[in-house]
Write a protein that binds this ligand. Structure first.
Ligand SMILES: [Zn+2]
Length: 306
């Protein structure tokens, strides 16, 4: 498929990645980067939350979609989003009733913690984050496989369910840029698997979706890998100087799918070049992660994290 009218994404950005010790923290609470006109990617600071999630804002002619509200109180995010929407709505097509929809890649705490800052915002809908709320809001009749459209006004997104990490996970595809956002389902980091069978089916559907659409970038909400294949930062890391890009290719997505097929029903930690699967929540997963986290935390506190 030709990239007819495709808007290129500017992914060449150095993301804030925390500080080597508590005394050397200087990142802003949020980093705001315009990937393309009307496509904004925001990262929360590792100084505030080790999760340092990415938050996506897509602005159309009639309304905007904010995907996630982060891992901490949303006051700073609300101010940032207000400013971005004011600026967008002040352009010729703008109007004062420009609407905002706050939805979520999935319902885990590090993606919904800022919701309260948006509930009283005028012209704003905050979508719930369980399966029933997500199905009802987006109008799914065939969850999760159905691909539904969501129109921002001259910008029609595609949304479908991708359970496995979380029951209410959704993928959002923007045909205008080729960006496919998968939340915590596929990203360079530790992919926690809640339901292996659901994730197997989800990864097959993501790969099939990329075969049918012109997907240029696969995005997730975190980065936890280092730039060395198969090597992740410790859980809870506050300093990640050698992060890979949060953007992955469809080839990497396919490799992630193939890798998961090989280990899907073996609880534990499974390392691959681009991702680490953490299957199940038992001691085989929790104990090594927590032990390593403790050591890394101690080193960070004395300024020796690297
Ligand atoms: Zn997360």
């Amino acid at each position: 498929m030709a990239d007819r009218g495709r808007v290129p994404l500017d992914t060449d950005v150095q993301w804030i990645h925390g500080a080597p010790s508590p005394r050397r923290r200087h990142d802003p609470p949020l980093q705001v980067h315009q990937l393309a006109p009307g496509t904004v990617l925001i990262r929360q600071s590792k100084d505030l939350t080790y999760e340092a999630p990415f938050i996506l804002l897509l602005l159309g002619a009639e309304r905007a979609l904010l995907l996630d509200t982060g891992a901490v109180d949303g006051t700073a995010l609300r101010r940032t989003v207000d400013r971005l929407l004011d600026r967008h709505a002040a352009t010729p097509a703008g109007d004062t009733a420009y609407a905002l929809v706050v939805a979520h890649t999935h319902g885990h705490g590090d993606h919904v913690a800022g919701d309260a800052a948006f509930v009283d915002r005028p012209h704003t809908t905050v979508v719930g984050h369980d399966v029933a709320a997500v199905r009802a809001y987006f109008g799914f009749t065939g969850w999760p496989a159905e691909v539904v459209t969501f129109d921002l006004g001259d910008r029609v997104l595609e949304v479908f369910g991708i359970p496995g990490h979380h029951a209410a996970s959704v993928a959002v595809f923007d045909p205008s840029t080729g960006l496919l956002h998968t939340g915590d389902t596929v990203y360079p980091g530790r992919i926690h698997v809640e339901d292996s069978d659901a994730l197997l089916a989800t990864l097959d559907r993501l790969v099939a979706f990329c075969d049918e659409r012109d997907v240029t970038h696969v995005l997730g909400c975190h980065v936890e890998m280092t730039d060395r294949p198969g090597r992740d930062y410790a859980l809870g890391a506050r300093y990640q100087p050698d992060e890979p890009s949060p953007f992955m290719t469809t080839t990497q997505l396919r490799q992630v799918r193939d890798a998961f097929r090989a280990v899907a029903h073996r609880p534990g930690i499974h390392r691959f070049d681009d991702v680490v699967f953490c299957i199940g929540g038992g001691p085989r997963v929790v104990v090594p992660l927590q032990a390593r986290a403790l050591v890394a935390r101690a080193r960070w506190l004395v300024g020796r994290s690297r």
